[in-house]
Ligand binder design. Structure first.
Ligand code: G6P
Ligand code: MG
Length: 217
């Protein structure tokens, strides 16, 4: 099957926003009176905002009613948005722009498949909206990764079949989501937690699209 489209997760694949999520979640934990480590933050990658808050509260050993949880998640998001509003194109991860340029030259379709409700703001701030035909973010889906909804919706909006897509993901739940959608998936990061992807690369530096397209042969 020939590959017709590439679907990119945003956070951790095109840009490193985990550091801003961490600062905002840590500020919330500080206010609630417990320590939230960078290691704890690893558990939040690829996970929805609500689920992230639940994990954070688990770490702190605290429980709240749903209305309080909504307020806490909103508070964290306000701080997070303050950080991302200051983002610039300098923060695009190495190798991303050459890869997106090559994608365009080859006539492949492109989509963003992200759990974040802030995806559009980030894409605008780092000025890469023009590289994407379709954007599916946390505002458009109801089921979180590892459910394949986000990637299946991206494929259907582009007008291609799942097996004509390659997904790029840095989170374990995201790799699972792509596989659950019967898509090929490139893990961005380490074999340690992404070993179930079809191939794992540390990042986009010194890689060519052809090496990914070969996965479909
Ligand atoms: C991405 C990130 C997660 C984040 C989620 C929701 O998947 O990897 O860490 O929790 O998006 O982001 P949001 O911007 O909507 O709070
Ligand atoms: Mg990610």
């Amino acid at each position: 099957m020939a590959i017709k489209a590439l679907i990119f997760d945003l956070d951790g694949v095109l840009v490193d926003t985990a550091k801003y999520h961490y600062l905002a979640w840590k500020r919330l934990a500080d206010e609630l009176g417990f320590f939230f480590s960078q290691e704890d933050n690893e558990r939040l990658k690829g996970v929805s905002r609500v689920r992230s808050l639940e994990i954070l509260l688990e770490v702190g050993g605290i429980q709240f009613e749903d209305d309080v949880k909504t307020k806490l998640a909103d508070k964290k998001n306000g701080w997070y948005v303050d950080y991302i509003m200051k983002m610039t194109p300098d923060e695009i991860l190495p190798g991303v722009i050459p890869l997106l340029e090559e994608t365009r030259k080859k006539g492949l379709k492109t989509a963003i498949g992200s759990a974040s409700k802030n995806a559009k703001t980030i894409l605008e701030k780092i000025d890469i909206l023009k590289y994407f035909d379709v954007i599916i973010d946390g505002n458009k889906v109801s089921k979180a990764k590892p459910d394949p909804e986000v990637f299946l919706l991206a494929a259907s909006e582009i007008g291609v079949k799942p097996n004509e897509c390659i997904v790029f993901e840095d989170a374990e739940a995201g790799v699972d989501a792509a596989l659950n959608g019967k898509m090929l998936v490139v893990g961005i990061g380490s074999e340690k937690n992404l070993g179930h992807a079809n191939i794992v690369v540390p990042g986009f530096q010194n890689v060519s699209i052809d090496s990914f397209l070969k996965l479909a042969e």
